[in-house]
Write a protein that binds this ligand. Structure first.
Ligand code: GLA
Length: 386
């Protein structure tokens, strides 16, 4: 629809912002703030013979989220900054085909059936050992090579504010047990909240750990590193890892370490500290154990603030942990929506989830799901400004 009115609005806003703030904004900044969602025509495609499209949900407050059914993925997330100018705070691509890249597979999708790592591609349930693809050194990452991020999901646009994605994974797919049914609903409300509600069912005992793997830059995609973003994590402990990023099983206090985000601080402040955990992760790539600070019945997980935009993102979740990944493997390998490349630490992931490698750690909160049970979890991303 109305590409033209939208475009002229963007141009108008650019002129107004440029006009009001002459001398304080560079031309580059004006271009970055003039955002709109990608052209849906570029998402009319087929992958593995199945149809891909772009879907949008939006509210009355200027929040707009573009999604594609390839990986049930967030393509764009547009919110107003402190001056009321829209910024796209999620990294992604302009066309469906660019997402079909096994080398850079995790821009915005649902990851699962088991997000994060499983040690040595093995786990056991009731004495039966399951073997998975080892797609990350010796380990399995994000459900293997063909996890949920590479599934073409069925879509139902529920309303202007909600989209539902569903899919099936057959028993044995990527080594995991159970014929499994998944449902993920993305919805926005007029509080500038994006909710992601996940559901899963299985006909055989299995393990599930679903999350979303959006890369955020709250100053806007392509606006430099996230090192000056301020982050607060409502977590007193992490699950420290070995050199392959598998938890040792221990819970480690963050107090007095580079991992202490209990008070808001710049992400770059301690990231270069001489710390074994930071070396293993090449920066932050760790699961933080949420302390249980409550907000409307959810765990308050994190508060992230874009230093240039004043955009605040709060994450509330039903999950017990959050993986904070500071974009340490980003290396100018792909070109993003606005023409920038995915440069080192130009995005970060905050992934509400159960702890990595839970199936091999009986002391961690369980990720097992039995037939007849419904796996259900919701995470909420709330946007405001300061
Ligand atoms: C997760 C992992 C990281 C990295 C990214 C994808 O967040 O924890 O180590 O693999 O996915 O690049």
């Amino acid at each position: 629809m109305n590409k033209l009115p939208k475009l002229s609005f963007v141009i108008l806003m650019t002129v107004i912002v440029g006009g009001c703030q002459q001398g304080t904004k560079t031309n580059k900044e004006e271009i970055q703030t003039a955002v709109s969602i990608p052209d849906p025509v570029q998402f009319k495609d087929t992958i593995n013979g199945e149809e891909i499209s772009l879907f949008t949900i939006k509210n009355e407050k200027g929040m707009e989220v573009a999604l594609t059914n390839f990986g049930a993925r967030v393509v764009s997330l547009i919110v107003p900054d402190k001056d009321g100018v829209n910024r796209d705070v999620v990294l992604g691509f302009n066309k469906a085909a660019d997402y079909n890249n096994p080398g850079e597979a995790y821009f915005g999708p649902i990851v699962g059936p088991f997000g994060n790592r499983i040690a040595n591609g093995k786990f056991s349930l009731d004495g039966v050992e399951y073997t998975l693809p080892q797609n990350n050194g010796p380990n399995t990452l994000h459900g293997g090579l063909e996890g949920l991020h590479f599934v073409v999901w069925k879509t139902q646009q529920l309303s202007d504010q909600a989209v539902e994605f569903t899919c099936l994974l057959p028993d044995g797919k990527e080594g995991f047990p159970g014929n499994r049914e998944f449902k993920v609903v993305y919805s926005v409300n007029d509080e500038n909240e994006l909710a992601i509600a996940y559901e899963g069912k299985t006909d055989k005992k299995t393990v599930l750990n679903l999350t979303n793997h959006a890369y955020f830059n709250l100053n806007g995609e392509g606006s430099g590193t996230i090192l000056n973003h301020q982050l607060q994590l409502f977590a007193d402990k992490i699950t420290p890892v070995d050199e392959t990023l598998i938890p040792t099983g221990e819970l480690k206090e963050v107090k007095g370490t580079a991992f202490d985000f209990t008070e808001s601080k710049d992400i770059g402040k301690d990231i270069e500290q001489d710390d074994e955990q930071l070396k293993f992760g090449k920066g932050y790539d760790h699961n933080f154990v949420l302390s249980g600070t409550k907000h409307n019945g959810y765990n308050y997980a994190s508060r992230l603030i874009g230093d240039q935009s004043g955009i605040i993102m709060d994450i509330y979740t039903e999950e017990p942990g959050i993986q904070f990944y500071s974009g340490n493997f980003m290396a100018d390998k792909v070109t993003l929506k606005n023409g920038a490349t995915d440069s080192f630490r130009s995005g970060l992931c905050l992934e509400p989830q159960h702890f990595p490698d839970s199936p091999n750690h009986p002391s961690f909160p369980s990720t097992e799901v039995n037939p007849g049970e419904v796996y259900k979890t919701t995470s909420v991303y709330r946007f405001s400004t300061k």
